[in-house]
Design a protein around this ligand. Sequence first.
Ligand code: NAD
Ligand code: WQD
Length: 339
Amino acid sequence: MKNILVTGGAGYIGSHTLVALIEEGYRPIVFDNFSNSSAVAIKRVEEITGVEVEVIKGDITRDEDLDLLFNAFEFSGVIHFAGLKAVGESEREPLKYWVNNVDGSIKLFAAMKRFDVKNIIFSSSATVYGDRNPFPYKEGMPLGAVPVYGKTKEVIEYALMNLKADGFNSLALRYFNPVGSHKSGKIGENPQGIPNNLAPFITQTLVGKREKLTVFGNDYNTPDGTNIRDYIHVLDLARAHVVALNYLLENEIGFDAINIGSAKGYSNLEVIEAFEKAAGTKVNWEFGPRRAGDLDEYFADATKAKEVLGFEVEYDIEEMAADAWKWQRLNPNGFEEVE
Ligand code: NAD
Ligand code: WQD
Protein backbone atom coordinates (compact mmCIF):
# COMPACT_ATOMS: atom_id res chain seq x y z
CA MET A 1 0.00 0.00 0.00
CA LYS A 2 1.44 3.37 -1.03
CA ASN A 3 1.82 6.07 1.63
CA ILE A 4 0.65 9.47 0.43
CA LEU A 5 1.45 12.55 2.50
CA VAL A 6 -1.59 14.84 2.61
CA THR A 7 -0.66 18.26 3.99
CA GLY A 8 -3.77 20.14 5.12
CA GLY A 9 -5.63 16.83 5.05
CA ALA A 10 -8.02 17.84 7.85
CA GLY A 11 -9.41 20.75 5.81
CA TYR A 12 -12.42 20.96 3.51
CA ILE A 13 -10.96 19.60 0.26
CA GLY A 14 -8.32 17.52 2.07
CA SER A 15 -10.83 15.53 4.16
CA HIS A 16 -12.89 14.63 1.08
CA THR A 17 -9.73 13.62 -0.74
CA LEU A 18 -8.77 11.31 2.15
CA VAL A 19 -11.96 9.33 1.53
CA ALA A 20 -11.24 9.13 -2.21
CA LEU A 21 -7.61 8.04 -1.59
CA ILE A 22 -8.64 5.32 0.85
CA GLU A 23 -11.30 4.06 -1.57
CA GLU A 24 -8.60 3.83 -4.26
CA GLY A 25 -6.36 1.75 -1.99
CA TYR A 26 -3.83 4.42 -0.96
CA ARG A 27 -2.74 5.02 2.64
CA PRO A 28 -3.00 8.76 3.34
CA ILE A 29 -0.90 10.28 6.15
CA VAL A 30 -2.29 13.63 7.27
CA PHE A 31 0.03 16.46 8.27
CA ASP A 32 -1.90 19.49 9.55
CA ASN A 33 -1.47 22.21 12.15
CA PHE A 34 -5.28 22.46 12.56
CA SER A 35 -5.12 26.25 12.15
CA ASN A 36 -8.30 26.11 10.05
CA SER A 37 -9.69 22.65 10.73
CA SER A 38 -10.87 20.18 13.34
CA ALA A 39 -9.66 16.72 14.36
CA VAL A 40 -13.34 15.71 14.26
CA ALA A 41 -13.13 15.82 10.45
CA ILE A 42 -10.60 12.97 10.59
CA LYS A 43 -12.84 10.94 12.92
CA ARG A 44 -15.67 11.41 10.45
CA VAL A 45 -13.46 10.23 7.57
CA GLU A 46 -12.72 7.13 9.67
CA GLU A 47 -16.46 6.61 10.20
CA ILE A 48 -17.14 6.91 6.46
CA THR A 49 -14.32 4.62 5.34
CA GLY A 50 -13.95 2.26 8.31
CA VAL A 51 -10.20 2.86 8.08
CA GLU A 52 -8.03 4.45 10.77
CA VAL A 53 -6.22 7.52 9.46
CA GLU A 54 -2.69 8.37 10.62
CA VAL A 55 -2.44 12.04 11.64
CA ILE A 56 0.71 13.96 12.48
CA LYS A 57 0.13 17.39 13.97
CA GLY A 58 2.74 19.74 12.57
CA ASP A 59 3.45 22.86 10.58
CA ILE A 60 4.93 23.09 7.08
CA THR A 61 6.85 26.21 8.13
CA ARG A 62 8.80 24.19 10.73
CA ASP A 63 11.77 22.16 9.46
CA GLU A 64 11.86 20.12 12.68
CA ASP A 65 8.21 19.02 12.21
CA LEU A 66 8.92 18.07 8.60
CA ASP A 67 12.03 16.10 9.56
CA LEU A 68 10.09 14.09 12.14
CA LEU A 69 7.38 13.40 9.56
CA PHE A 70 9.69 12.32 6.73
CA ASN A 71 11.76 10.20 9.11
CA ALA A 72 8.64 8.36 10.27
CA PHE A 73 7.20 7.38 6.86
CA GLU A 74 8.26 6.54 3.34
CA PHE A 75 6.09 8.44 0.89
CA SER A 76 5.31 7.64 -2.73
CA GLY A 77 3.88 11.11 -3.22
CA VAL A 78 2.53 14.27 -1.64
CA ILE A 79 -0.77 16.10 -2.02
CA HIS A 80 -0.16 19.60 -0.76
CA PHE A 81 -3.35 21.31 0.46
CA ALA A 82 -1.88 23.12 3.50
CA GLY A 83 -2.24 26.85 3.14
CA LEU A 84 -4.26 29.90 4.08
CA LYS A 85 -7.00 30.85 1.63
CA ALA A 86 -8.88 33.97 2.74
CA VAL A 87 -8.45 36.51 -0.05
CA GLY A 88 -9.43 39.58 2.02
CA GLU A 89 -7.20 38.58 4.95
CA SER A 90 -4.28 38.11 2.55
CA GLU A 91 -4.58 41.78 1.55
CA ARG A 92 -4.66 42.93 5.18
CA GLU A 93 -1.91 40.58 6.43
CA PRO A 94 0.30 39.79 3.44
CA LEU A 95 3.32 38.63 5.46
CA LYS A 96 1.24 35.91 7.11
CA TYR A 97 0.41 34.56 3.63
CA TRP A 98 3.94 34.81 2.23
CA VAL A 99 5.32 32.98 5.29
CA ASN A 100 2.63 30.31 5.64
CA ASN A 101 1.97 29.56 1.97
CA VAL A 102 5.26 30.32 0.24
CA ASP A 103 7.90 29.77 2.92
CA GLY A 104 5.92 26.73 4.14
CA SER A 105 5.76 25.25 0.64
CA ILE A 106 9.48 25.81 0.00
CA LYS A 107 10.33 24.12 3.31
CA LEU A 108 8.10 21.20 2.34
CA PHE A 109 9.82 20.94 -1.07
CA ALA A 110 13.25 21.06 0.61
CA ALA A 111 12.21 18.22 2.94
CA MET A 112 10.99 16.22 -0.07
CA LYS A 113 14.38 16.75 -1.71
CA ARG A 114 16.24 15.70 1.46
CA PHE A 115 14.19 12.52 1.70
CA ASP A 116 14.09 11.80 -2.02
CA VAL A 117 10.32 12.16 -2.52
CA LYS A 118 9.65 13.66 -5.94
CA ASN A 119 5.94 13.36 -6.76
CA ILE A 120 3.68 16.21 -5.68
CA ILE A 121 0.21 17.54 -6.45
CA PHE A 122 -0.22 21.19 -5.50
CA SER A 123 -3.50 23.01 -4.74
CA SER A 124 -3.39 25.95 -7.09
CA SER A 125 -6.35 28.12 -7.95
CA ALA A 126 -8.18 29.82 -10.81
CA THR A 127 -7.08 33.07 -9.17
CA VAL A 128 -3.66 32.69 -10.90
CA TYR A 129 -5.30 33.73 -14.21
CA GLY A 130 -5.67 37.26 -12.86
CA ASP A 131 -7.98 39.87 -14.34
CA ARG A 132 -6.78 40.21 -17.94
CA ASN A 133 -7.51 36.87 -19.54
CA PRO A 134 -10.66 36.18 -21.56
CA PHE A 135 -12.81 33.29 -20.33
CA PRO A 136 -12.89 30.35 -20.48
CA TYR A 137 -9.47 30.15 -18.85
CA LYS A 138 -6.97 27.86 -20.56
CA GLU A 139 -3.78 26.56 -18.94
CA GLY A 140 -1.46 28.21 -21.49
CA MET A 141 -2.67 31.72 -20.73
CA PRO A 142 -0.27 34.17 -19.06
CA LEU A 143 -0.61 34.23 -15.28
CA GLY A 144 -1.17 37.45 -13.33
CA ALA A 145 -2.81 36.89 -9.95
CA VAL A 146 -4.01 40.11 -8.34
CA PRO A 147 -4.63 39.47 -4.61
CA VAL A 148 -1.76 38.48 -2.31
CA TYR A 149 -3.37 35.06 -1.84
CA GLY A 150 -3.33 34.46 -5.59
CA LYS A 151 0.26 35.67 -5.90
CA THR A 152 1.37 33.09 -3.33
CA LYS A 153 -0.25 30.35 -5.45
CA GLU A 154 1.38 31.68 -8.61
CA VAL A 155 4.92 31.80 -7.21
CA ILE A 156 4.59 28.29 -5.77
CA GLU A 157 3.71 27.12 -9.29
CA TYR A 158 6.87 28.84 -10.60
CA ALA A 159 8.93 27.17 -7.88
CA LEU A 160 7.60 23.73 -8.85
CA MET A 161 8.25 24.51 -12.52
CA ASN A 162 11.91 25.22 -11.63
CA LEU A 163 12.20 22.16 -9.37
CA LYS A 164 11.87 19.95 -12.41
CA ALA A 165 15.65 20.39 -12.58
CA ASP A 166 15.86 19.01 -9.02
CA GLY A 167 14.05 15.88 -10.19
CA PHE A 168 10.56 16.90 -9.05
CA ASN A 169 7.52 15.48 -10.81
CA SER A 170 4.62 17.81 -10.10
CA LEU A 171 1.13 18.79 -11.08
CA ALA A 172 -0.53 22.07 -10.12
CA LEU A 173 -4.30 21.62 -10.08
CA ARG A 174 -6.04 24.96 -10.60
CA TYR A 175 -9.33 24.57 -8.78
CA PHE A 176 -12.34 26.71 -9.57
CA ASN A 177 -15.04 27.13 -6.86
CA PRO A 178 -15.61 23.97 -4.77
CA VAL A 179 -19.07 23.45 -3.24
CA GLY A 180 -20.87 20.49 -1.66
CA SER A 181 -19.96 17.75 0.75
CA HIS A 182 -19.74 14.01 1.13
CA LYS A 183 -23.08 12.25 0.51
CA SER A 184 -23.18 11.07 4.13
CA GLY A 185 -23.32 14.66 5.40
CA LYS A 186 -20.54 13.74 7.86
CA ILE A 187 -17.85 16.04 6.45
CA GLY A 188 -18.17 19.40 4.74
CA GLU A 189 -17.03 23.00 4.57
CA ASN A 190 -16.58 24.40 8.08
CA PRO A 191 -15.51 28.05 7.87
CA GLN A 192 -14.37 29.75 11.06
CA GLY A 193 -16.30 32.95 11.80
CA ILE A 194 -18.23 34.74 9.07
CA PRO A 195 -17.92 32.85 5.77
CA ASN A 196 -16.15 34.66 2.93
CA ASN A 197 -17.56 32.37 0.26
CA LEU A 198 -21.03 32.33 -1.23
CA ALA A 199 -22.17 28.73 -0.62
CA PRO A 200 -21.39 28.51 3.13
CA PHE A 201 -22.94 31.95 3.63
CA ILE A 202 -26.12 30.71 1.95
CA THR A 203 -26.30 27.49 4.01
CA GLN A 204 -25.61 29.37 7.26
CA THR A 205 -28.42 31.79 6.36
CA LEU A 206 -30.75 28.89 5.60
CA VAL A 207 -29.96 27.25 8.95
CA GLY A 208 -30.50 30.54 10.83
CA LYS A 209 -26.88 31.26 11.82
CA ARG A 210 -26.81 34.39 9.58
CA GLU A 211 -29.73 36.74 9.26
CA LYS A 212 -29.35 37.75 5.65
CA LEU A 213 -27.09 37.12 2.67
CA THR A 214 -25.83 40.19 0.84
CA VAL A 215 -25.36 39.60 -2.88
CA PHE A 216 -22.42 41.79 -3.84
CA GLY A 217 -23.44 43.83 -6.90
CA ASN A 218 -26.25 43.65 -9.46
CA ASP A 219 -24.77 45.74 -12.26
CA TYR A 220 -22.12 43.41 -13.68
CA ASN A 221 -21.92 42.72 -17.40
CA THR A 222 -23.80 39.38 -17.17
CA PRO A 223 -27.37 38.40 -18.10
CA ASP A 224 -28.80 38.90 -14.59
CA GLY A 225 -26.21 41.48 -13.46
CA THR A 226 -24.57 39.21 -10.86
CA ASN A 227 -21.15 37.50 -11.08
CA ILE A 228 -20.78 34.18 -12.84
CA ARG A 229 -18.43 31.50 -11.47
CA ASP A 230 -17.51 27.89 -12.20
CA TYR A 231 -18.63 25.69 -9.30
CA ILE A 232 -17.33 22.14 -8.88
CA HIS A 233 -18.61 19.50 -6.47
CA VAL A 234 -15.99 18.74 -3.81
CA LEU A 235 -16.49 15.01 -4.53
CA ASP A 236 -15.51 15.61 -8.17
CA LEU A 237 -12.55 17.68 -6.99
CA ALA A 238 -11.47 14.96 -4.55
CA ARG A 239 -11.69 12.34 -7.31
CA ALA A 240 -9.60 14.60 -9.57
CA HIS A 241 -6.76 14.29 -7.03
CA VAL A 242 -6.83 10.51 -7.14
CA VAL A 243 -6.90 10.47 -10.94
CA ALA A 244 -4.05 13.01 -11.01
CA LEU A 245 -2.04 11.00 -8.48
CA ASN A 246 -2.42 7.78 -10.48
CA TYR A 247 -1.22 9.68 -13.53
CA LEU A 248 1.71 11.33 -11.73
CA LEU A 249 2.97 8.06 -10.24
CA GLU A 250 3.03 6.48 -13.69
CA ASN A 251 4.49 9.33 -15.77
CA GLU A 252 7.60 11.51 -15.68
CA ILE A 253 6.11 14.88 -16.52
CA GLY A 254 8.42 17.34 -14.77
CA PHE A 255 5.76 19.99 -14.22
CA ASP A 256 2.30 20.64 -15.56
CA ALA A 257 -0.76 22.68 -14.59
CA ILE A 258 -4.35 21.55 -15.14
CA ASN A 259 -7.68 23.29 -14.57
CA ILE A 260 -10.16 21.40 -12.41
CA GLY A 261 -13.57 22.95 -12.96
CA SER A 262 -16.96 22.19 -14.44
CA ALA A 263 -16.48 24.45 -17.49
CA LYS A 264 -19.92 25.86 -16.77
CA GLY A 265 -20.81 29.18 -15.21
CA TYR A 266 -23.62 29.97 -12.78
CA SER A 267 -24.64 33.43 -11.64
CA ASN A 268 -25.01 34.25 -7.95
CA LEU A 269 -28.79 34.32 -8.37
CA GLU A 270 -28.74 30.89 -10.03
CA VAL A 271 -26.70 29.52 -7.12
CA ILE A 272 -29.23 30.93 -4.62
CA GLU A 273 -32.03 29.34 -6.65
CA ALA A 274 -30.32 25.92 -6.55
CA PHE A 275 -30.05 26.15 -2.75
CA GLU A 276 -33.68 27.24 -2.42
CA LYS A 277 -34.71 24.20 -4.42
CA ALA A 278 -32.51 21.93 -2.27
CA ALA A 279 -33.78 23.33 1.03
CA GLY A 280 -37.39 23.80 -0.09
CA THR A 281 -37.40 27.30 1.36
CA LYS A 282 -36.41 30.86 0.38
CA VAL A 283 -32.99 32.30 1.21
CA ASN A 284 -33.20 35.67 2.95
CA TRP A 285 -31.05 37.90 0.75
CA GLU A 286 -30.66 41.44 -0.58
CA PHE A 287 -28.42 43.22 -3.05
CA GLY A 288 -25.50 45.21 -1.67
CA PRO A 289 -22.57 47.07 -3.23
CA ARG A 290 -19.91 45.32 -5.30
CA ARG A 291 -17.05 43.56 -3.44
CA ALA A 292 -13.64 44.90 -4.41
CA GLY A 293 -11.74 42.71 -6.85
CA ASP A 294 -14.66 40.60 -8.15
CA LEU A 295 -14.56 39.89 -11.89
CA ASP A 296 -17.78 39.84 -13.97
CA GLU A 297 -17.49 36.27 -15.07
CA TYR A 298 -15.09 33.38 -15.47
CA PHE A 299 -15.08 29.63 -15.85
CA ALA A 300 -12.70 26.87 -16.82
CA ASP A 301 -11.79 25.33 -20.11
CA ALA A 302 -11.72 21.73 -18.84
CA THR A 303 -10.41 20.14 -22.05
CA LYS A 304 -6.92 19.47 -20.71
CA ALA A 305 -8.20 17.61 -17.63
CA LYS A 306 -10.20 15.39 -19.96
CA GLU A 307 -7.40 14.85 -22.47
CA VAL A 308 -4.50 14.34 -20.05
CA LEU A 309 -6.23 12.80 -17.02
CA GLY A 310 -9.46 11.48 -18.53
CA PHE A 311 -11.22 13.52 -15.84
CA GLU A 312 -14.72 14.93 -16.22
CA VAL A 313 -17.11 16.19 -13.56
CA GLU A 314 -20.11 14.12 -12.61
CA TYR A 315 -22.23 16.46 -10.46
CA ASP A 316 -24.17 19.65 -11.27
CA ILE A 317 -25.03 22.70 -9.18
CA GLU A 318 -28.26 21.14 -7.90
CA GLU A 319 -26.38 18.20 -6.41
CA MET A 320 -23.73 20.54 -4.97
CA ALA A 321 -26.47 22.56 -3.27
CA ALA A 322 -28.33 19.47 -2.02
CA ASP A 323 -25.18 17.97 -0.49
CA ALA A 324 -23.89 21.25 1.01
CA TRP A 325 -27.33 21.77 2.54
CA LYS A 326 -27.40 18.22 3.95
CA TRP A 327 -24.05 18.80 5.67
CA GLN A 328 -25.17 22.15 7.13
CA ARG A 329 -28.57 20.80 8.23
CA LEU A 330 -26.99 17.83 10.03
CA ASN A 331 -24.15 19.94 11.48
CA PRO A 332 -25.54 23.45 12.09
CA ASN A 333 -22.39 24.42 13.99
CA GLY A 334 -19.95 22.52 11.82
CA PHE A 335 -17.66 20.26 13.82
CA GLU A 336 -17.91 22.44 16.93
CA GLU A 337 -20.56 20.86 19.09
CA VAL A 338 -19.81 17.17 18.60
CA GLU A 339 -17.53 14.72 20.46
P1 NAD B 1 -8.93 24.55 4.41
O1 NAD B 1 -8.55 25.77 5.15
O2 NAD B 1 -10.19 23.85 4.79
O3 NAD B 1 -7.74 23.47 4.48
C1 NAD B 1 -6.40 23.85 4.57
C2 NAD B 1 -5.77 23.01 5.68
O4 NAD B 1 -4.38 23.37 5.78
C3 NAD B 1 -6.40 23.25 7.04
O5 NAD B 1 -6.70 22.01 7.64
C4 NAD B 1 -5.31 24.00 7.82
O6 NAD B 1 -5.37 23.72 9.21
C5 NAD B 1 -4.05 23.47 7.16
N1 NAD B 1 -2.89 24.37 7.25
C6 NAD B 1 -2.83 25.69 6.97
N2 NAD B 1 -1.59 26.16 7.18
C7 NAD B 1 -0.83 25.09 7.58
C8 NAD B 1 0.53 24.94 7.95
N3 NAD B 1 1.36 25.98 7.99
N4 NAD B 1 0.97 23.73 8.30
C9 NAD B 1 0.12 22.65 8.30
N5 NAD B 1 -1.17 22.74 7.98
C10 NAD B 1 -1.65 23.95 7.62
O7 NAD B 1 -8.96 24.93 2.86
P2 NAD B 1 -9.49 24.10 1.61
O8 NAD B 1 -10.67 24.82 1.08
O9 NAD B 1 -9.58 22.67 1.93
O10 NAD B 1 -8.30 24.37 0.59
C11 NAD B 1 -7.21 23.47 0.45
C12 NAD B 1 -6.20 24.08 -0.50
O11 NAD B 1 -6.82 24.36 -1.74
C13 NAD B 1 -5.61 25.41 -0.01
O12 NAD B 1 -4.25 25.43 -0.37
C14 NAD B 1 -6.40 26.44 -0.80
O13 NAD B 1 -5.65 27.62 -0.98
C15 NAD B 1 -6.62 25.72 -2.10
N6 NAD B 1 -7.78 26.18 -2.84
C16 NAD B 1 -8.99 26.27 -2.20
C17 NAD B 1 -10.11 26.73 -2.89
C18 NAD B 1 -11.43 26.91 -2.18
O14 NAD B 1 -12.24 27.70 -2.64
N7 NAD B 1 -11.70 26.20 -1.08
C19 NAD B 1 -10.00 27.07 -4.24
C20 NAD B 1 -8.77 26.95 -4.87
C21 NAD B 1 -7.66 26.51 -4.15
C1 WQD C 1 -18.52 33.92 -5.40
C2 WQD C 1 -19.51 34.99 -5.79
C3 WQD C 1 -19.11 37.12 -4.72
C4 WQD C 1 -20.15 35.99 -0.63
C5 WQD C 1 -12.78 32.70 -4.17
C6 WQD C 1 -11.33 33.01 -4.36
C7 WQD C 1 -10.72 32.04 -5.35
C8 WQD C 1 -11.00 30.59 -4.92
C9 WQD C 1 -12.46 30.36 -4.69
C10 WQD C 1 -9.24 29.87 -3.46
C11 WQD C 1 -18.86 36.36 -6.04
C12 WQD C 1 -20.45 36.54 -4.32
C13 WQD C 1 -19.90 35.94 -2.00
C14 WQD C 1 -21.27 36.74 -0.16
C15 WQD C 1 -21.80 37.32 -2.43
N1 WQD C 1 -10.40 30.29 -3.66
N2 WQD C 1 -20.72 36.60 -2.88
N3 WQD C 1 -22.05 37.37 -1.10
O1 WQD C 1 -14.54 35.11 -5.12
O2 WQD C 1 -15.33 33.48 -6.90
O3 WQD C 1 -13.46 32.85 -5.43
O4 WQD C 1 -12.95 31.33 -3.74
O5 WQD C 1 -8.35 29.71 -4.24
O6 WQD C 1 -9.37 32.31 -5.40
O7 WQD C 1 -11.21 34.33 -4.86
O8 WQD C 1 -15.72 32.95 -4.48
O9 WQD C 1 -17.52 32.33 -2.94
O10 WQD C 1 -16.12 34.38 -2.42
O11 WQD C 1 -17.72 34.43 -4.34
O12 WQD C 1 -22.54 37.92 -3.22
O13 WQD C 1 -21.53 36.86 1.03
O14 WQD C 1 -20.42 35.19 -4.69
O15 WQD C 1 -19.19 38.51 -4.88
O16 WQD C 1 -19.58 36.99 -7.05
P1 WQD C 1 -14.76 33.73 -5.54
P2 WQD C 1 -16.76 33.50 -3.43
